[in-house]
Design a protein around this ligand. Structure first.
Ligand code: H79
Length: 445
């Protein structure tokens, strides 16, 4: 019995990762090129998982769904959700200081608790918690004052709604096919909430989640997309709308080979959980976050880095530290990141790289505290100058093994001194004479 259950779970997980890996957008990429430009240039976003789950410090929504806590006990957390120290201006300042250009907050997670005064039901922190106020409007305002794009995470599935089929992991309220009218009622609710978000908050980006419980037809994904774009033609929709989003969203899993998607974003926690959990002390170090960030950008993607405020709205000090250190690194090295392109293919340099849009500048990222002679293969462009980006010190280079009668370029060796290395990750800026040309052959003549 246990074996059988395990098999079902494994199959589910395999299907799920396949779903994420193969999610192919049905949106023609050329048609959205111009509205996607800020997103492509932004590179860093901050994800905010704020909700009643921070009161007990338990898994957001999944804890009752997976029956680690009863539904009534989970909902009792509403009484402890004060948001008494929630300071949107401070939060926006912290996000700004990290270097991020967009932020995405959970307006409603799978538990159905809205952080804005929705008129569709009473399950929102204004009507049902001591917070008693809209938490979305002041944050969006503070973000926009700082020129940061404001995104709304919204769970399509709602395990609290009486007309939503799914509830606990092993039970459902009903089947859509058997009670289509009841499903229609839920859709009216869902569209009502989206209409409120769209009209009153005008998100620059929608970050849907939970689409996997129903098909594109059942969600009426095309009509959701159409109506959001009718209100704001430039809004961006993430890839979790059963094929009708604009970009892909790998979650917690790091690509090894470069994803073929035109736009993608890795969403990742700073410890092992999305929301605040006191017992989770598995913090990633600033170096780890920075190197993961660089890796995503070098592979043509963005990083959406998560923080989970405590129930009162304060940000755990470890997360403040990560954002601050990341921001200081961006101050020194952001020229190699923001508004740039993913780098050259793997094999030329043993580390991540990025390129300027005109491809006359190549940036090389040195792992850990690399010093000494680093090598670049197959560069068929003349180098004008090389400097350490963070401090401007110029570095000489040497071309090794160039055979006069061969078209194969020589190897470039750059001597990186031990002094002047960045605290976390050093960047070399190579100014080329012309747009980059690479040799990608197998040697020989
Ligand atoms: O909000 C955070 C998480 O709560 C939420 N997304 C981030 C941003 C999230 N957690 N897990 N998931 C999304 C995807 C979960 C997929 C799985 Fe499954 C659940 C894999 C196995 C069980 C869904 C159900 C797909 C297959 C079965």
């Amino acid at each position: 019995m246990v074996q059988k259950y395990k098999l079902v779970l494994l199959t589910l997980i395999a299907t799920c990762s396949l779903l994420f890996a193969n999610a192919q957008t049905k949106v023609p990429q050329d048609s959205i090129q111009s509205k996607m430009q800020w997103f492509a240039d932004a590179k860093l976003g901050i994800f905010i998982h704020y909700g009643i789950y921070a009161v007990n410090g338990i898994n957001e929504s999944w804890s009752f769904h997976n029956k680690e806590i009863s539904y009534p006990d989970y909902m009792k957390q509403l009484n402890g959700f004060t948001a008494s120290n929630y300071e949107p201006a401070y939060l926006a300042g912290l996000i700004k200081a990290s270097g991020a250009r967009y932020a995405v907050i959970t307006t409603k997670h799978h538990d159905g608790v809205a952080l804005w005064p929705t008129k569709q039901n009473k399950l929102n922190v204004v009507d049902a918690s001591p917070a008693k106020r809209d938490l979305i409007a002041p944050l969006f305002e503070a973000l926009r004052k700082n020129n940061i794009k404001a995104g709304a995470y919204y769970s399509l599935l709602d395990w609290s709604h009486p007309d939503y089929p799914g509830f606990l992991k092993d039970s459902a309220r009903y089947k859509v096919k058997e009670q289509p009218e009841r499903w229609k009622k839920f859709q009216v609710f869902l569209n009502g909430q989206l209409n409120e978000l769209s009209k009153n908050y005008r998100p620059d980006l929608y970050w849907f989640d939970g689409d996997w419980e129903h098909s594109a037809e059942e969600w009426n994904a095309t009509s959701i997309r159409e109506s959001l774009l009718k209100d704001n033609p430039n809004t961006i929709i993430n890839g979790r709308l059963q094929g009708y989003g604009d970009y892909e969203t790998p979650e917690q899993n790091f690509p090894v080979s470069r994803p073929s998607f035109k736009w993608w974003e890795l969403c990742m926690t700073t410890n092992n959980n999305w929301g605040y959990q006191q017992k989770d002390t598995a913090w990633k170090t600033p170096y780890e976050v920075i190197s993961i960030f660089v890796d995503a950008v070098a592979n043509g993607g963005n990083l959406l880095l998560d923080i989970g405020p405590k129930a009162d709205g304060t940000i755990p000090k470890e997360q403040v530290n990560i954002l601050t250190e990341l921001g200081k690194w961006n101050q020194r090295n952001g020229d190699a990141i923001f508004d740039r392109l993913g780098g050259i293919p793997q094999g030329h340099f043993y580390g991540p790289t990025t390129l300027s849009k005109d491809s006359t500048t190549l940036y090389l990222f040195l792992q850990a505290k690399t010093s000494g002679s680093v090598m670049l293969k197959g560069l068929d462009s003349k180098i004008k100058s090389i400097e350490i980006l963070g401090n401007g010190s110029k570095l000489p280079h040497k071309i090794v093994g160039k055979i006069s009668w061969s078209t194969v370029p020589g190897l470039v060796y750059i001597n990186v001194p031990e002094k002047n290395l960045d605290t976390y990750m050093t960047v070399l800026k190579l100014q080329l004479e012309k747009p980059i040309k690479l040799y990608r052959g197998k040697g020989g003549l």
